[in-house]
Design a protein around this ligand. Structure first.
Ligand code: BDP
Length: 683
């Protein structure tokens, strides 16, 4: 009997040691040393910082570390100064961020040198597209961590609180300081008093990790929730309603961050419904929330089913309002001018509005990048976007500098649409965690390279079990870190190659945006929701003419971009079909014709994923069994999917090009009509 119990205990123990379900993210316990932490100030946030240092210290055994809260002119916002013996900050959150940075340096075996760390953006926010029934729009990692169904939203369990705490800790460890708790397609229920009680409970958990909560609001709430006759932003009763509602919120949550609004967009109500403008709507809300210190993030994701090119519309609609918004309004602009495609040129609003604060909106959830099935590291895409020159104030006016206060002194913020859900590993795919991590790191420092971010993340997430604090071995570096990092860095370009190279965009199956659907159109559906609208293939060629002879979207960019993008011979090939309707015979840089090059590029994409499988299989000795197998299975699906993408796009566009697929490329293995019929199976 005793022996039996002993075996059970042993089994449980070995299960605990080996269990690698990914829930710990990049926050893993390693070899632990003793440390003395000294701080004269007390607060909940400081105690968290202290505790983190005490329970994760891998620096010099027995060292003393001072946490110093004292105004220092070198520090801005929640920044900090780090040295081997102290963390100095102006705010409690700064101390906490300093603690996480110090631990990160220890865990990745970097030497800590005295240095100032200031955040690039004041507000570093996640946007959850979570609905009240617990579902998550474009969520691929289970259900919402914040909401259940209507009945259960009234109850908060200890497990909920535990999960929110873990979530807060993960965010704080990468500098995220705000979260929008609900979908931009907002239910007006969010502003009901009973819902606000739950919001308060969430805020109470997140607060001590330096995280403020924000809510997406429905512009029609005064009518729907408040029972008013209208939601006209200039109506006195409506103005009063928003003021009273703001007061109610701040009474419950004194550090509430503010509102995010999707208005007059994709069927959501907005000021246009009442004959008013974006300025009228945003400023009214801004005035209501201003006395409490809140902000309004007003989205520029607007386009109507007009004859005008969708890519031009946000710019056309918002630019005339430059300088008219209140100082607590920030216009939230998606990185590209269409919609989070695998590759888009940056939205020309960056570099155009000079008197209005703009915040970039990135999408961490992989709506258009293979959901949580494909391994796609998004940091290179965001780095490309942030480092692109807008030429707003001459050379060097990168998107990063236009938005982080370098060029214009303004409120600064950045948002990422979260990829988080109730899945044990939070993000559905172990490597999708790297995208959450990368977003936080870039929001903190928009000059970091994807290489550095991937390097850190791998070291933290797949750290080998060392018995002492010796560091990583050369073998581990050569056989695991380097190839896996390269795979991550190549993965976004690979996805572009097998999905939509050379500026192709929005050729997905409608609605789920997972597999290919360049053929998709329906009678009665608005044209800009069908795929031929975006590729315009015909017997002459393919691509959307956005030059002066077409929609002239190029004119929204400053020179020299306008000329460069507008000329088929100087337009970067990665944007060719975004800006040009190019003939199939167009000579590409390689000397091949456009048609041939498209074929080779899709084929390259497939081959790259096949190669990722090899990289991962070779990594087996260095990864725990659970995570190894889960990633391996997903790479198999990804390879199958990449093949479907290639076959679908080549066979479909071949109907227009009327040319053979070069004979040294592997033949398609699917028939187009089968793909069309089956849609691409989602595992
Ligand atoms: C698109 C999504 C849609 C969102 C919309 C938005 O397909 O689900 O509601 O963007 O950002 O990417 O509002």
């Amino acid at each position: 009997m005793q022996k039996k119990i002993y075996i059970i205990i042993l089994l449980c123990f070995s299960f605990l040691v080996n269990a690698e379900d990914g829930h710990q993210l990049w926050l893993r316990k390693g070899y632990l040393n003793k440390v003395i932490v000294v701080c004269s100030k007390k607060s909940e946030t400081i105690s968290i910082a202290k505790q983190e240092l005490l329970s994760n210290w891998q620096g010099t055994p027995g060292a003393t570390i001072n946490l110093v809260l004292k105004k220092d002119k070198r520090i801005t916002g929640d920044g900090f100064i780090l040295s081997e013996v102290s963390i100095r900050a102006n705010t409690d959150a700064g101390i906490l961020y300093g603690a996480y940075e110090l631990l990160r340096q220890q865990q990745t075996f970097q030497k800590t040198e005295e240095k100032v760390y200031n955040p690039s953006y004041d507000l570093r926010l996640l946007n959850h597209w979570d609905n009240f029934n617990g579902s998550v729009e474009r969520g691929y990692a289970g259900l919402s961590i914040f909401w259940r169904d209507e009945l259960n939203n009234q109850f908060v369990t200890e497990n909920d609180k535990m999960l929110w705490k873990e979530y807060a800790r993960a965010n704080a460890s990468i500098g995220i300081n705000g979260t929008v708790l609900n979908n931009v397609n907002a239910s007006s229920d969010i502003l009901k008093s009973e819902t606000l009680t739950r919001v308060k409970t969430i805020a109470d958990v997140l607060r001590f990790y330096g995280i403020r909560v924000y809510l997406s609001v429905n512009f029609n709430s005064p009518a729907i929730v408040g029972g008013l006759k209208t939601s006209d932003p200039l109506d006195k009763e409506v103005i009063k309603w928003w003021k009273t509602k703001s007061k109610e919120i701040y009474k419950l949550i004194p550090d509430f961050g503010g509102f995010l609004v999707k208005a007059s967009s994709e069927g959501q109500p907005g000021p246009h419904d009442f004959g008013r403008s974006h300025v009228d709507g945003a400023n009214m809300l801004a005035d209501a929330i201003k006395p409490h210190g809140g902000i309004v993030m007003w989205r520029a994701f607007v386009y109507s089913p007009t004859e005008d090119d969708r890519a031009k519309q946000a710019y056309a609609e918002f630019l005339p309002f430059d300088g008219q918004f209140r100082d607590n309004v920030i216009i939230q602009v998606k990185n590209g001018s269409i919609d989070f495609q695998p590759r888009e040129p940056f939205s020309p609003l960056f570099g155009a509005m000079k008197k209005t604060a703009l915040m970039p909106e990135l999408q961490i959830t992989q709506e258009y990048l293979g959901h949580s099935i494909h391994l796609v590291f998004l940091s290179p895409m965001w780095e490309e976007f942030l480092q692109t020159d807008t030429y707003q104030e001459g050379t060097g006016s990168t998107v990063a500098k236009c938005t982080d206060g370098t060029i214009f002194k303004q409120r600064t913020a950045i948002a990422g649409v979260a990829n988080i859900g109730t899945d044990t590993n939070w993000c559905g795919h172990h490597f999708a965690q790297a995208n959450w991590y990368a977003f936080g790191r870039l929001a903190w420092n928009n000059q970091l390279s994807s290489e550095q971010i991937a390097d850190e993340w791998i070291k933290l997430t797949f750290r080998p079990n060392t018995k002492n604090n010796e560091g990583f071995t050369k073998e581990w570096f050569d056989n695991f870190l380097i190839p896996v990092k390269q795979m991550m860095l190549d993965s976004r370009e690979a996805a572009v190659d097998y999905m939509m190279p050379f500026g192709f965009h929005h050729i997905f199956q409608a609605s789920h945006h997972y597999g290919p659907g360049p053929w998709w159109e329906r009678e009665g559906v608005r044209k800009d929701w069908t795929m031929p609208y975006y590729h315009k293939a015909d017997s002459f060629g393919v691509g959307f003419n956005r030059t002066a002879t077409g929609s002239n979207a190029v004119a929204q960019y400053h020179e020299p971009l306008n000329t460069q993008y507008g000329d088929i011979n100087t337009c970067p090939e990665k944007y060719l079909l975004w800006f040009h309707h190019a003939p199939w015979s167009h000579k590409m840089n390689s000397g091949r014709t456009l048609w041939d090059e498209i074929c080779y590029r899709y084929d390259d994409g497939v081959n790259q994923v096949r190669y990722f499988q090899v990289v991962w299989d070779k990594a087996q000795p260095y990864v725990d069994a659970e995570r190894f197998v889960e990633v391996q299975r997903k790479l198999r699906y990804q390879a199958q999917n990449a093949q479907v993408w290639k076959d679908a796009c080549l066979l479909y566009f071949q109907q227009f090009s009327q040319q053979p697929i070069p004979y040294d490329i592997e033949r398609p293995i699917h028939n187009l009509d089968d793909i069309k019929k089956n849609d691409m199976d989602r595992p």
